[in-house]
Design a protein around this ligand. Sequence first.
Ligand code: ZN
Length: 145
Amino acid sequence: MYMNIPNSEKIYIYEREKKKCFYCGKNLKFRQITLDHYLPKSKGGTEDIFNLVLSCRKCNRLKGNKIPRNYERKIIKLFQKAFYDKMIKIGNIIVSKEDLKEEILNIDRIEEIRPNFVFQSKHMRFYIKNNTIERIILLGGKHED
Ligand SMILES: [Zn+2]
């Protein structure tokens, strides 16, 4: 197909969406699925698992390059879920697991989309590439003194 998504990720998304088309709710057999870029590729959407939803062929075709309303909230939610499901790898970063968990729950915006997603909470900015938190920037305001 057109995407190079590992099978383990496809299965994860399939289970995450309870085997139903995200758009119309139709039950899908695994061989029937397509993965839709929730934020379309042409608008900067990546192939990270939190930007892919399960879709039947028809809905995928109908959605085309439309940008869903509230895509930001949805993508943040899917990222948080993927993190808790241990589907997000953690690069070489110097933040404790506890702080990381807390801050990921507090992500409230997408700071950048291109070339990769950058999420932001009050205290941290998360640079994501290939389902990996590659870099974190600490923002002002968090002093542990
Ligand atoms: Zn559908």
